[in-house]
Design a protein around this ligand. Structure first.
Ligand code: NBP
Length: 481
């Protein structure tokens, strides 16, 4: 075989990744797809790529140099398992199977374990950036063994996005670490998008500005600390006019947000790990709420302020600046929560993850790319075991500067009846972290009352229970609950 890398699955993502690989000096790319028409089409449409096409798994394996390395880009779930089975059949010990699809990290852990028993390496790899990223340079989050990274590293570095001269790829950690980090990336993306949407809604309804005018505001914000791909495309979407009606496009799009499930995975995993990713959760639930048309239909007449939908602020410019600061503060919370989940996942699954390097590889190629990620890298460079990202000096300064505006915006949204779930929950999380005493003490009391779940005291060691249905004296209890 003459190819040094292969791609299985030639739908849009696989084709683009194969073309990206083929465009780099020194690569010859073997390609295979279950339906031969896709393979033929790709090879004919891109003669410049010099692909080595195959029409059976045997032929695909024969086209690859040893040790073989192949990236699977098929539908996540059973199709991925089916392709892995075929590759295990035709590959040999020492070869590398990479799954670049959107797999759930626990599936990746299971697959890695099973494939490893055959002597073949298995690498679960998160790929972010959609179709365009796959073609021009994605952000790449590979897991798997150190041995696989030796072979894959140079190839992946050659196709990844470049941010400030560095390729957006790093060996995240073993087995499922790459897909875990990709999952949290998507969760953060949900939160970031929801925060931007809340900012837009408040500006529009509070100032009466048109979408095109608000596009200018986002374009302006994109020149400051909020600079990011998502802010940039928000301006583009808001500026778009619908050709058919002449109205702003955003006004003719049905207001029900779709989701492919990675946000839900992030939240479900956080619940299992006990990590409060409330901003990501609210963003995920906000999409769910939006998509329940029938519930919204029968709820439209419920009492509340601002039945007409609009309110007017006295000073539009001041209000807009407050929203910018609320967005900045809430965004810091969302990223801090996401990194908290990665930290907790690494501890639970035994991965050594360099959190600063993760922020580094998100600076290019992916949806949440932004200048601000450099600040996260710096924070972890200074304090590698930082327990709460937002306590790093740069973020503390930002929160100090923005928090009074943040509180005003959340209070205003509550007063006028405009939902701002991600703004509000981020602020509540922040205040919860700051609080000297939390009412969790009362919850412990309630738990002890109805379930004898016991509690600890602030003034002495040990575990205690009050005899609630007896004389209400306190006894020292065994810590079994
Ligand atoms: P799809 O997710 O639409 O999958 C289509 C591909 O899967 C085709 O090549 C199809 O072959 C193949 N396939 C299926 Br379906 N069942 C198969 C089986 N049993 N055996 C072999 N091949 C099978 O493709 P995509 O949209 O290009 O996405 C590929 C992966 O990348 C997915 O995991 C997706 O979640 C992920 N993705 C990532 C991003 C991102 O931004 N990172 C974006 C989009 C997708 P056929 O031609 O014979 O039907």
């Amino acid at each position: 075989g003459q190819a040094n890398i292969g791609v299985v699955g030639l739908a849009v993502m696989g084709s683009n990744l194969a073309r990206n690989l083929a465009s780099r000096e020194g690569n010859t790319v073997a390609v295979y797809n279950r339906s031969s028409d896709k393979t033929e089409h790709l090879v004919q449409a891109h003669p410049e790529a010099g692909f080595a096409p195959a029409f059976s798994y045997e032929e695909f394996a024969a086209n690859l140099q040893k040790p073989r390395a192949a990236i699977i880009m098929v539908k996540a779930g059973r199709p991925t398992d089916a392709v892995i089975d075929e590759l295990v059949r035709v590959f040999e010990p020492g070869d590398i199977i990479v799954d670049g699809g959107n797999a759930l990290f626990t599936d990746t852990i299971r697959r890695e374990k099973a494939v490893r028993e055959t002597g073949i390496n298995f690498v679960g790899m998160g790929v972010s950036g959609g179709e365009e990223g796959a073609l021009l340079g994605p952000s790449i989050m590979p897991g798997g063994s150190d041995e696989s990274w030796v072979t894959l590293g140079p190839i992946l570095k050659s196709i990844a996005a470049i941010a400030e001269g560095e390729p957006c790829v790093t060996h995240v950690g073993h087995d499922g670490a790459g897909h875990f980090v990709k999952m949290v990336h998507n969760g953060i993306e949900y939160a970031d998008m929801q925060l931007i949407a809340e900012a837009y809604d408040l500006i529009r309804r509070g100032t009466g500005k048109s979408p095109a005018e608000i596009a200018d505001i986002f374009a302006e914000w994109n020149r400051g600390e909020l600079e990011s791909y998502l802010i940039e495309i928000t301006a583009e979407v808001l500026r778009q006019t619908d050709a058919a009606t002449g109205r702003p496009l955003v006004d003719v799009i049905v207001d029900q947000a779709g989701a492919k499930g990675t946000g839900a995975w992030t939240v479900q995993t956080a619940l299992s790990l006990g990590v409060p990713v409330s901003g990501i959760a609210e963003a995920t639930f906000a999409r769910s709420l939006s998509s329940h048309a029938e519930q919204r239909e029968i709820s439209g007449g419920l009492p509340g302020p601002s039945a007409e939908g609009d309110f007017a602020v006295d000073d539009a410019d001041e209000f807009i600046e407050k929203i910018r600061l609320a967005l900045w503060a809430s965004k810091i919370v969302a990223y801090s929560q996401g990194f908290d989940e990665i930290r907790a996942g690494a501890a639970e699954y035994g991965w050594k993850i360099d959190l600063g390097a993760i922020a580094g590889i998100w600076r290019g190629g992916c949806i949440i790319r932004a200048q601000f990620l450099n600040r996260i890298t710096e924070a972890y460079a200074e304090t590698p075991d930082l327990a709460v990202l937002l306590t790093a000096p740069y973020f503390v300064e930002a929160l100090e500067r923005s928090q009074s505006a943040w509180r005003d915006v959340v209070a205003t949204s509550a007063r006028v009846g405009i939902p701002a779930p991600a703004f509000s929950s981020s602020l509540a999380y922040y205040d919860g972290l700051r609080a000297e005493r939390l009412p969790a003490a009362l919850i412990q009391g309630q738990r002890d009352f109805f379930g004898a779940h016991t509690y600890k005291r602030i003034d002495k060691p040990g575990t205690f229970h009050t005899l609630w249905s007896g004389d209400r004296s306190e006894i020292e209890a065994e810590d079994t609950h």
